[in-house]
Write a new protein. Structure first.
Length: 173
């Protein structure tokens, strides 16, 4: 796993609340649906690096016998900027990709909806979101995914039709 992903994942989970190292590993695995499953050998050097850069702070709690990490205001800003840049990049790539598919005649409509951006931004960036706001964001996310499934189904039908046309043209020649 590339270190940049782990750093972003650490900042993500610390946006929620201060945690110690083992909790950070568990939360990252949970938030990434198991896609990122960090080990102590990856997390602790990452925590030291983020602390050195001023993005997080660690505090040794003697009574708990562990170091508790929290994200700093600089860390929150870096995380927000990275998420915004990610969505800008993903949006540009998505537009280019679907415009190319439409230009090549693979799909009819290049206007693929922005996938879940507002909902994901609420879930990732809005620390003080109320339970109701989070419910609404999840609802929008589910609706967006349903719309995406419908669009993908239409695209698959268009691709299937094009594939059949090509097969028929091969038989004719």
């Amino acid at each position: 796993m590339q270190k940049g992903y782990l750093k972003m994942a650490v900042l993500l989970v610390l946006m929620r609340k201060p945690l110690h190292g083992y909790e950070i590993m568990k939360e990252i695995s949970k938030w990434t649906l198991g896609i990122i499953t960090p080990t102590a050998g990856g997390v602790y050097p990452t925590l030291r690096d983020l602390e050195k850069r001023g993005l997080i702070e660690g505090e040794w709690r003697i009574e708990e016998r562990r170091r508790i990490y929290r994200i700093t205001s600089k860390g929150k800003e870096v995380f927000r900027e990275a998420v915004e840049k990610h969505f800008e990049l993903a949006s540009s790539i998505r537009r280019w990709f679907f415009n190319e598919l439409a230009r090549l005649g693979i799909i009819d409509e290049p206007d693929f909806p922005p996938m879940m951006e507002s909902a994901v931004k609420v879930l990732l960036l809005k620390e003080d979101a109320s339970p109701q706001e989070r419910i609404e964001a999840l609802h929008r996310l589910r609706q967006s995914l349903q719309n995406t499934v419908a669009i993908l189904s239409r695209m698959m039908e268009q691709i299937k039709t094009r594939e059949e046309e090509l097969r028929r043209s091969l038989r004719i020649n």
